[in-house]
Design a protein. Structure first.
Lengths: 229, 299
């Protein structure tokens, strides 16, 4: 079953730059997809359209049954609750502890305290940070901060986890750790993972589904593969 | 359940935020306070003016003096004509001897002088005291009565009452103007206070949006913050109303200048005014924060 359906999508920014040309692809439930390509290939724009930070100029995007292109601003939260999103720069709240940062998601959607506690601990355990729940972000390494961000993204048990260059700020070893965590989530929770990256080493090593973009066009969509042309 | 949980959280965040940006909050609160004090004063003045004009209107009578040579039959005729006038509510007749008797009772000096009069040289006149239905038309009615045969003079306290009422009305208009101007300034200040809160929490807001907080969840704390500012701003005005008005009332013994201007009893009047002031404060706070949210929170 296709969880994400993208059909004839074009995206032109207001300044006239076209980031995506006629993109059509489907992503199955439970898959682990690398969206790869150089700078300016449209990876980030593609991810942003999936969580409706950007609207496609034309075409259709269906994410988990929601027509993203037609989604009104006031209803965007309905889409976001089905998604977890991880960024290159972590985006943690510096004044909150690890636990509070993860719990923030649950609080924002109005979960009870008991439910929050249960799910937050479970998510932190999954990313291997249960021992550091009382630390603040600035007391953690980059890799650990990113794992907190992943925990925050998955705490609400989303069907899809979108990662925009999650390893961009990390050294190769930490990057591999993060990807392993994502793979673990993919396997144990069945969460569909879409990760934009330009880290060739990771992509080649993991041998997952790849979507290769170049200058906003889809060049390759393989069930399994590496970065090589 | 979920709604109340979110609401509780909003209220908690709002109070926190008021204290976090204390200096700016204080500016907004002071402005609300000043506005509401003036609102309160104008409400008190308005209600008192309304109350005493109503009282005065109730007391307003046309006194119709009849010629000295009016016969009893003519008096009855006049009574009939008065009763048939559309604006006449009720009337009472006093003969000059009845008036003499009444006045004699009022003071010894009157009694001394009046006891020398007999019915023939009693200089007083027979009168009708006429109450009207519509006070606004009192001068027309008085004129009409004046045209009746055998009516010598007609009096209804013209001039004095009108002047007093129009003076109070002018005072009321000025206070309305000031209230509107001050409310606008307050709204502007609240918009700025909330704007600062929104900017200081931009990161938090963007993350809330990413993790799927609804617009309602994001907006409510800011709206509540505006309402909290309004609430704090109304505390001092309410205290001033309660203690100030009671003190004023007791000081003047319930009357202003003369027995003609009675003040409204403090209870339950002050509670009503306090309630109005509180509601205005909260609504002004809400309007200010709602427009700030609309302007600076692009969701």
């Amino acid at each position: 079953m296709d969880l994400i359906r993208v059909k004839n999508v074009n995206k032109q920014y207001k300044n006239g730059v076209t980031a995506i040309y006629d993109l059509t692809l489907n992503i199955k439930k439970g898959s682990f997809v690398f969206v790869i390509g150089g700078s300016g290939s449209g990876k980030s724009t593609f991810i942003k359209m999936l969580y409706r930070e950007e609207k496609p100029t034309s075409g259709e995007i269906i994410v988990g049954g929601i027509n993203v292109a037609k989604l009104r601003n006031s209803k965007v939260y309905k889409l976001r609750r089905k998604l977890g999103i991880v960024f290159q720069d972590y985006r943690l709240l510096p004044k909150l502890t690890v636990y509070e940062n993860v719990a923030f998601t649950m609080e924002s959607i109005g979960a009870t305290k008991a439910e929050t506690r249960k799910k937050v601990l479970k998510a932190l355990e999954l990313v291997g940070l249960k021992a550091k729940i009382h630390n603040y972000p600035d007391q953690l390494s980059g890799g650990e901060q990113q794992r907190v961000a992943i925990a925050r993204a998955i705490v609400n048990e989303p069907r899809i986890l979108l990662c925009d260059e999650p390893t961009g700020n990390l050294d190769p070893d930490r990057s591999m750790e993060i990807v392993k965590v994502l793979e673990e989530i993919n396997k144990t929770c069945g969460t569909t993972i879409i990760m934009a990256t330009h880290d060739k080493e990771i992509v080649n090593k993991m041998q997952k589904e790849i979507v290769l973009l170049k200058d906003g066009r889809l060049i390759k969509h393989l069930e399994k593969g590496g970065y090589e042309e | 359940m979920k709604f109340f949980r979110m609401l509780r959280r909003s209220i908690r965040d709002a109070f926190k935020s008021v204290f976090r940006n204390f200096s700016l909050s204080l500016a907004s609160i002071s402005c609300i306070t000043i506005t509401l004090i003036i609102v309160a004063i104008s409400i008190i003045v308005t209600f008192n003016v309304q109350s005493f004009t109503r009282e005065m209107e109730k007391d307003l009578t046309i006194v119709v003096f009849l010629d000295n040579d009016t016969t009893e039959e003519e008096v009855n005729n006049i009574r009939e004509r008065l009763e048939n006038m559309t604006n006449v509510e009720s009337l009472t007749y006093q003969s000059k001897s009845a008036i003499k008797e009444e006045m004699s009772k009022e003071s010894d000096v009157f009694n001394e002088v009046m006891s020398t009069w007999d019915d023939e040289d009693n200089p007083l006149k027979d009168t009708f005291q006429v109450k009207v239905k519509d006070v606004e038309k009192i001068s027309d009615t008085a004129k009409k009565i004046g045209r009746i045969d055998k009516v010598s003079t007609v009096r209804y306290g013209e001039g004095m009452v009108d002047n007093l009422i129009s003076a109070f009305e002018a005072a009321q208009k000025i206070s309305y103007g000031m209230v509107i101007a001050l409310i606008l300034v307050t709204v502007f200040l609240i918009i700025n206070t909330i704007k600062l809160t929104i900017f200081s929490r931009k990161r938090e807001i963007s993350i809330m949006r990413l993790v799927g907080a609804s617009n309602f969840t994001i907006k409510t704390p800011f709206i509540v913050e505006g309402m909290v500012l309004g609430l704090f701003g109304s505390i001092i005005p309410i205290l001033i109303i309660c203690f100030g008005y009671i003190a004023l009332y007791n000081h003047f013994d319930g009357y202003l200048y003369s027995r003609m201007i009675t003040l409204i009893e403090p209870e339950p009047f002050i509670y009503m005014v306090s309630g109005i002031v509180l509601v205005i404060g909260i609504i002004v706070g809400m309007i200010g924060s709602a427009s700030a949210v609309r302007k600076y929170l692009k969701i």
